[in-house]
Each structure stands twice: as C-alpha cells, then as structure tokens.
Design a protein around this ligand. Structure first.
Ligand code: ZN
Ligand code: FE
Length: 255
C-alpha cells in the first residue's frame, strides 16, 4: 500500500512533510522546521507521529525534534556523520540503509555537500525522494561544508533515480532559482516554459514543489553543468562538469 504525503510551508520558506504508511498508520515527519506547525498538521489529520527522519543538522531541519519527541515519543533517525548534532537522535542512517516506516521502506543515500553528513530518503516503491537541502527545484544547496566534487557526486545520485521520481525539497526557492537559471540557459525552451509556469504558480500562492527528476534534468542548471549550452555560456576552457558545477555555484552565490 502506498504512502500518503502532506506538505505545508513553515518558517519563512521551508516545507514540512508528513509521510504516512497507509497499511500501518505509521507517520514520519521529514525534518522538523517548526514543531507547532507540525503538531497542528498532525492534529488536523488525526495522525500520530511515530518517526522523525532528519536530513541534516541545520536548525531549520531539526529545531522541532525535541518538542515533537516530548509529545509523541517518536523515534528519531538522522545522519550518522552528524549524529552528535541531531537533537534526540535514536538511530543513525548512512548510504544504502533501508529505513522502515511501518510497511513502507525508504533507502538512504549519503549526499554530502550542503553539509558533510547530509542524507536523503528515497521511498522507491512510491517514487518519492525527500532531498532536504541537496537539490532544489532549479537549484541546489549551498556548499557550506562540502566540496564541489562531493556535491556533484551527490546530485548525480539524484539524477540517476527514475525520471518520474518526485523530488520533495525543503525550501521554496524556485522563483529566485529560475531567475538565475535563465541567465545561463537562455536557449532552453523547457526552462523558458517552466519559468513562466513558476511565476504563475507563485503569483497564485501555489507551491512549485515537488518537481520531478525529469524536470530537473531538463532545466536545472546545476544538473546540466555538463551540457554543451551551459559550458558555452560559462566560457570555461575545461569541459569538466565538476569545474562547470563549481563555477555555476559560485555565480549563484553572488547572484
Ligand atoms: Zn540546510
Ligand atoms: Fe534548510
């Protein structure tokens, strides 16, 4: 039986996610930007929180851990390499681990770059990946701790997922990302179309998340670092995708 997903905005630009295993009623919060908002959503659904799956240690992803654990006595799973920084952690997860939520299973991938221990949760049977601050719609996380090589390898794991996989990222940054993307990829008609639809969705107050792996492969400049059009726009002598990725990230940081 499938998972059910509830998505709602939290803090200034985060998304919180609740995932419910339909067969057993087990419910996980993917990260905990705001315990009050997550509790309100649980109460509105009549759901009881059994798990927290953290992607990385940043406070906008773990800030609600202890308050939620206090109320629900839920099990907290977090990245092995950041275990010391995850409040209330009970179990550590790393590359290839299978994490159970009732009768559903997520495979964990290590995606260092934004932070060194960052992990993502891929519910393969449901085609849903919770990617934290690794990839965003038309963007990617800032390299606070890792290297461009690490982040490129992490993004490549996401790029290799089935194209219809839905990507649930942790922030609504899409419109600003789109404004940057068109500066590098002006001839990309799929991007031009997506840009227009994003502007319309945001003007109507609609979320632009989730996107899909196929959407990102076609239009996300960070995933397209190896594409000839992007390399031409960057005017790099070195056709190495990692060098192009690093340059795109530098430009976005200054944009
Ligand atoms: Zn973060
Ligand atoms: Fe974040």
């Amino acid at each position: 039986m499938p998972i059910e997903i509830r998505q709602f905005p939290c803090l200034s630009d985060n998304y919180a996610y609740l995932v419910r295993d339909s067969e057993t009623g087990a419910v996980a919060a993917i990260d905990t930007p705001d315990a009050k908002a997550i509790n309100a959503a649980l109460d509105a659904q009549g759901w009881a929180l059994t798990h927290i799956f953290n992607t990385h240690w940043h406070p906008d992803h773990t800030g609600g851990n202890l308050a939620l654990k206090d109320r629900w006595e839920c099990a907290i799973i977090g990245p092995k390499d950041e275990a010391a920084k995850i409040p209330g952690i009970d179990a550590q997860a790393d590359e290839g681990d299978l994490i159970r939520l009732g009768a559903s299973t997520a495979i964990v991938h290590a995606t260092p770059g934004h932070t060194l221990g960052h992990i993502i949760y891929h519910f393969t049977d449901d085609g849903a990946a919770f990617v934290g601050d690794t990839i965003f719609a038309l963007g990617c996380g800032r390299l606070f701790e890792g290297t461009p090589e690490q982040m490129w390898a992490s993004l490549s794991k996401i790029a290799a997922m089935p194209p219809e996989t839905k990507l649930y990222c942790a922030h609504e940054y899409t419109e600003a990302n789109a404004r940057f993307a068109v500066t590098l990829d002006a001839g990309n008609s799929a991007l031009a179309q997506r840009y227009q639809s994003i502007i319309g969705m945001r003007a109507a107050g609609m979320p632009t998340v989730p996107s899909t792996v196929a959407d990102e492969l076609a239009t996300n400049p960070f995933l397209r670092a190896g594409a000839a059009e992007i390399q031409t726009a960057l005017a790099l002598k070195d056709p190495d995708p990692v060098a192009a990725f690093a340059e795109i990230r530098r430009r976005k940081d200054r944009f």
